[in-house]
Design a binder for this molecule. Structure first.
Ligand SMILES: *Cc1c(COP(=O)(O)O)cnc(C)c1O
Length: 385
């Protein structure tokens, strides 16, 4: 195969960059469960040390993600939160200002509002549905813009193209958390973003058995993130890196199935008389359907549904689910349900949540890759009770 030909995402996720493998080398990579590595005496080469993120298992998945995102480089860290924190700390200094979408993960919101303030970094949260919101929030001292591409709990989709243009004109870095989309459904760098962040805990790993995060971008930028990793230290352990490598091999087929199941589930939910609202970007009724069609190759496996009748009614239904587990998190092979009133939006009162469009009875579904007829039958039975 010629060196210049770019591999498709399924191939890249399985093989990484193609390089010759010596006879009798293992097809499945070994877990290099070593904290440190033997260095040549008198050598000036890079020191290999697992905290530095240069253990072979860590390097392997970083190269794969870079290929998948169309980035020069990528680095895995111990969680999505450490990846988000370092992705931003690599570009922000005390006195700098960050403009962020208000449609973000609760932990990210706390990072911005609790922690960044202490570092002397001010954050302004804006409503991305207001066309001029980002432009109006930019001021002297603004250095970066942060958005989640597809956001909880309404699966709102942010249009990256105008934002990337604005950031370029203003000399700002655009960072995108693309956890819900995965590189199979969208590569933010293709739309002009400067860096991508993932909670690899979710679709990248896909099996609900690892906590990890990743950042992708230019080689110089990833070196900055790596520098933070060296000194702050939240590296990914080799065993988890190996599990992510295992997970990545099936990323394409998993996400394709999540897309198909998500669409089928949302279509079913829309017609169910006990479900009063369905939030899924693949539905023509979704406010961002047109943006989603332009930005996403598939609409994903995350669906928000509003069940009729309040807390008692929804709890009864959730207890009757046999296949779907009641658990936070998302992006695994198994279907999970959670209630934002107890998880992402627990700090608000019921009235505040209702005002935001998340009344009691709102359920977030991470549609898994089981047979979709079984998933639907499970919810059908639960709601019939
Ligand atoms: C889960 C999640 C995070 C945090 O990731 P962890 O791996 O739990 O640290 C960040 N952003 C989004 C969109 C998430 O869903």
């Amino acid at each position: 195969m010629s060196r210049t030909r770019t591999l498709g995402p399924s191939t890249a996720a399985i093989h990484g960059a193609l390089h010759p493998r010596p006879d009798r080398s293992p097809v499945a990579p070994p877990i290099v469960q070593s904290s440190t590595f033997i260095n040549p005496v008198g050598g000036n080469d890079e020191v290999l040390y697992t905290r530095y993120g240069n253990n072979p298992n860590q390097v392997e998945i970083g190269e794969k993600l870079a290929l998948l995102e169309g980035a020069e480089s990528a680095l895995f860290l111990s969680s999505g939160m450490s990846a988000t924190a370092f992705a931003l700390m690599a570009v922000l200094r005390p006195g700098d200002h960050l403009v962020a979408s208000a449609w973000i993960y609760g932990g990210t919101r706390r990072l911005f509002l609790e922690q960044f303030g202490q570092l002397g970094i001010e954050v302004t949260l804006v409503d991305p549905s207001q066309p001029r919101a980002f432009t109006e929030a930019i001021r002297k001292g603004t250095r970066a813009v942060f958005v989640e591409l597809v956001a909880n709990p309404f699966m709102r989709v942010v249009d990256l193209e105008p934002l990337a243009k604005q950031c370029r004109v203003s000399g700002l870095a655009l960072l995108v958390d693309a956890t819900f989309a995965s590189p199979v459904n969208c590569r933010p760098l293709d739309f002009g973003a400067d860096a991508v962040v993932h909670s690899a805990t979710k679709y990248l790993n896909g099996h609900s058995d690892v906590i990890a995060g990743a950042v992708a971008g230019t080689a110089a930028y990833i070196d900055e993130v790596r520098h933070l990793l060296h000194v702050w230290g939240p590296s990914l352990d080799p065993n988890s890196a190996w599990l992510i490598d295992r997970g990545l091999r099936t990323l394409s087929v998993r996400v394709e199935r999540h897309n198909a199941n998500g669409l089928a589930f949302a279509g079913w939910a829309r017609k169910h008389k006990e479900i009063v609202a369905v939030h899924y970007p693949g539905l023509p009724t979704h406010p961002d359907h047109a943006v989603a069609k332009r930005m996403l190759k598939g609409f994903g496996g995350m669906v928000g549904i509003q069940v009729k009748g309040g807390i008692k009614r929804v709890e009864r239904a959730l207890r009757r689910l046999k296949l779907a587990f009641h658990a936070p998190s998302l992006g695994g092979v198994e279907t999970l349900v959670c209630e934002p009133r107890l998880t992402s939006h627990a700090m608000l009162t019921s009235a505040q949540r209702t005002a935001l469009g998340i009344p009691d009875g709102f359920v977030r579904v991470s549609v898994g890759i089981e047979d979709v007829e079984d998933i639907i039958a499970d919810f059908e039975h639960a709601l019939a009770g």
